[in-house]
Design a protein around this ligand. Structure first.
Ligand SMILES: C[S@@+](CC[C@H](N)C(=O)[O-])C[C@H]1O[C@@H](n2cnc3c(N)ncnc32)[C@H](O)[C@@H]1O
Ligand code: SF4
Length: 374
C-alpha cells in the first residue's frame, strides 16, 4: 500500500450534517488509539513501498496529542521506506489549534494540515452545530498560515439561508490567508443526521438547486482567477500543492486504512472496510482479530469507478485505457453513451481523453451516472 490512512473516530460535538463515523463519547479515546496502533502492527506488512502519504482523518484526529502522533509517525518511518516527498496530513478542527500544539505537530513531522473551517459566518456555524466559532476559525488560520507552508481549508456551500454575497464573503475571507489548497463541498443531506430530520420536519428549508449551482460556478471562477487549479470536482490547489493522498486515491493506488470504518484497497480488485463501531473494533483488536469485511470489485464496478473519478478529476476518461483495461465491449459502450452528452456540449474531447465542459461541471456526477454500465 502506498498510502496509509488512519481514522480517529471521536469528535467534541456532532455536526448536524455529518454521517462520517465518529463518537462524542469521552471514554475509550486512548484505548482506541492504542488499538489503532496494534492494528498497524498486525497489518504493516500490507504497506507497499515506498510510502507516499500518511493521512490522519476522522472524526477529529486533532484531539490526539502531538506526542502520540509523533511516536506513531516515527515508528512508521522506521519500518518502511518512504518517498522524499512523503506527505503527512492531519485534519484539524479550529478549536483544537494552539501555537504550542502546532509546533508539536511540526516536530512530529506533520507537513500538511487540513482545517475544517466550513464558514466564516457565525449563523452558518451555529446552524451546522460546529464546535468552533468565527473567532477561533480566524485565529487558527492566522497561526497555521504562518507555520505551515502546506495547508488546506474546507468550506461548505449550499448552506440553508445562504446567498451569493454570503458565499463570496466566505471565499474572500478564506483567501486572505493565502491557502495553497481549498476543498469546498456542497452541503449534502445525509440520512439519519439532524439536518435530515430538520429538513423532513420542515424546520429548515434547503437552498434552491439553481443557487447552489451558482455558488459552485462562482467558486470555480473565483479560485481560477487566484491561480488555483480545480484538480478534482471539490478540490482546488495551487500547482505543486495538490494533495498526494487525494490524487493517489483517485488514481486507484493501494491504501491501507486503520481504525473503525477505515477502508483499504489493494490497487487491484479487493476493497475492505473495518467495522464502523468503536466498541466492536476495540474488542476485536484486543482479541487479536482484524474486524473487517471485504468485497471483490467486478470489472463493471471498476469501470464505473474509473468513469466517476475520471470525470471528476483533471485526467478525464481515456478511451484507450478503457479498451485496454476493460475490453472492447466497454469502449464501444462508452462511445455510445457519451454521444448525447457530446452533442449537448456537456463532454468534449481533449486529445484522447473525454472531459466535462466548464458549463456542465456542476452536473458531473449525473453525467458520470449516465455513462455507468448497469
Ligand atoms: C468528515 S470531516 C473531518 C474533518 C474534521 N472533523 C472537521 O469537521 O473539520 C471532513 C470534511 O467533510 C465535509 N463534510 C462532511 N459531511 C458533509 C456533508 N454532509 N456535506 C458537505 N460536506 C461535508 C466537511 O467539510 C468536513 O470538513
Ligand atoms: S464534520 Fe468533522 S467535526 Fe463535525 S461531526 Fe463530522 S467529523 Fe466530527
Amino acid at each position: 500500500m502506498a498510502n496509509l490512512y488512519i481514522h480517529f473516530p471521536f469528535c467534541k460535538q456532532a455536526c448536524h450534517y455529518c454521517n462520517f463515523h465518529f463518537s462524542t463519547s469521552t471514554s475509550n479515546r486512548l484505548p482506541l488509539w492504542e488499538a489503532i496502533d496494534k492494528e498497524y502492527e498486525m497489518r504493516k506488512n500490507e504497506i507497499l513501498h515506498p510510502l507516499e502519504s500518511i493521512y490522519f482523518g476522522g472524526g477529529s484526529p486533532s484531539l490526539l496529542s502531538s506526542n502520540l502522533l509523533s511516536d506513531f509517525i516515527q515508528k512508521v518511518k522506521k519500518n518502511h521506506s518512504y518517498s522524499p516527498d512523503l506527505e503527512i496530513t492531519l485534519e484539524v478542527n479550529p478549536d483544537d489549534v494552539e501555537h504550542s500544539y502546532l509546533e508539536g505537530l511540526l516536530q512530529a513531522g506533520i507537513n500538511r494540515l487540513s482545517v475544517g473551517i466550513q464558514s466564516f459566518h457565525q449563523s452558518e456555524l451555529t446552524l451546522m452545530n460546529r464546535a468552533h466559532n468565527v473567532d477561533q476559525a480566524e485565529r487558527a488560520l492566522d497561526q497555521i498560515s504562518k507555520l505551515f507552508p502546506n495547508f488546506s481549508l474546507d468550506l461548505i456551500y449550499g448552506i440553508p439561508k445562504s446567498n451569493l454575497d454570503l458565499w463570496e464573503e466566505n471565499m474572500q475571507r478564506a483567501l486572505k490567508y493565502n491557502p495553497p489548497h481549498i476543498s469546498a463541498y456542497a452541503l449534502t443531506v445525509e440520512p439519519k443526521t439532524v439536518l435530515d430530520h430538520l429538513v423532513n420536519t420542515k424546520k429548515i428549508e434547503l437552498l434552491d438547486d439553481a443557487l447552489v449551482k451558482e455558488q459552485y460556478d462562482v467558486l470555480v471562477t473565483t479560485l481560477a482567477q487566484k491561480g488555483f487549479v480545480n484538480y478534482e470536482f471539490s478540490n482546488f490547489g495551487i500547482p505543486g500543492f495538490f494533495s498526494i493522498n487525494n490524487q493517489n486515491y483517485w488514481t486507484a493506488k493501494p491504501y491501507l486504512g486503520l481504525g473503525p470504518s477505515a477502508h483499504s484497497y489493494d490497487g487491484k480488485s479487493t476493497r475492505s472496510w473495518n467495522k464502523a463501531n468503536n466498541t466492536k473494533y476495540l474488542k476485536a483488536i484486543t482479541e487479536g482479530i482484524l474486524p473487517f469485511d471485504e468485497e471483490q470489485l467486478s470489472r463493471k464496478d471498476r469501470f464505473n469507478e474509473y468513469v466517476m473519478t475520471g470525470l471528476r478529476t483533471l485526467n478525464g476518461i481515456s478511451l484507450d485505457v478503457v479498451r485496454q483495461n476493460f475490453g472492447e465491449r466497454y469502449g464501444d459502450y462508452l462511445e455510445e453513451q457519451m454521444d448525447r452528452h457530446i452533442g449537448e456540449c456537456n463532454l468534449y474531447w481533449d486529445g484522447d481523453s473525454i472531459k466535462v465542459t466548464q458549463k456542465a461541471k456542476f452536473l458531473t456526477d449525473g453525467i458520470a451516472a449516465d455513462l455507468f454500465k448497469l
